[in-house]
Design a protein around this ligand. Sequence first.
Ligand SMILES: Nc1nc2c(ncn2[C@@H]2O[C@H](COP(=O)(O)OP(=O)(O)O)[C@@H](O)[C@H]2O)c(=O)[nH]1
Ligand SMILES: [Mg+2]
Ligand SMILES: [Zn+2]
Length: 222
Amino acid sequence: MEGIRVIEVKKRVFEGNERRAADLRGALRRQGTFLLNLMSSPGSGKTTTIMRTLERLDRGIRVGVLEADLDSDVDARTVATLGVPVVQLHSGGMCHLDAEMAGRGLEALGMGGFDLVILENIGNLICTAQFDTGASMNAMIISVPEGDDKPLKYPPMFAAVDAVVVNKVDAAEHFDFDLDRFRERLATLSPKAAVFPLSAKTGEGVQPWVDWLSARVAAWKR
Ligand SMILES: Nc1nc2c(ncn2[C@@H]2O[C@H](COP(=O)(O)OP(=O)(O)O)[C@@H](O)[C@H]2O)c(=O)[nH]1
Ligand SMILES: [Mg+2]
Ligand SMILES: [Zn+2]
């Protein structure tokens, strides 16, 4: 198409975000705040898992929560019942968060006072994985009813995570989620990703996840 100017807008957007994300991660590292970016499809159990996690975290860990949503504040209200500082981010219809949005949430929460900030990202398995939020670690939740084939369908998401929570194991008898098959599929995309089968409903399996997360938070300060 001679004479036509083509501007790579998408690339520019990603590059700008990656720079901001690196800056934010550096600032968080200096102040000793571990930012956990938690992703999943809608309804996999992000809010419920955050609640169980907050209940079991050592009281010495100063924790805050950023809740992202298109518009509501339902999840922030739920988390606030535990007395944990929480900020609701409204993405205004945007289907993912980026580093600028995460940074603004952290400012609103009060940068500096936290060992751990958990960011509940927007329920979406596609573009959330493409935008670095500046987090110290990416984790996702896949729930048993969604099926063990999701790594085949959403490879960028599974390639972007250090940990996968397999939630709703209490419902395993009703679905044919094969954990071994899931692990094999995940391993082709994220060989080092840790897997935590658990039920945020019953609390089964939550402690190993909390222990692992706590160790990562402690290591971030070294
Ligand atoms: N059976 C079962 N239901 C769960 C579990 N965790 C969450 N749920 C339910 O799944 C629905 C969505 O959970 P929620 O935490 O709001 O998911 P989010 O949209 O990812 O934040 C709610 O009805 C929860 O009660 C679980 O471990 N087992
Ligand atoms: Mg939620
Ligand atoms: Zn998006």
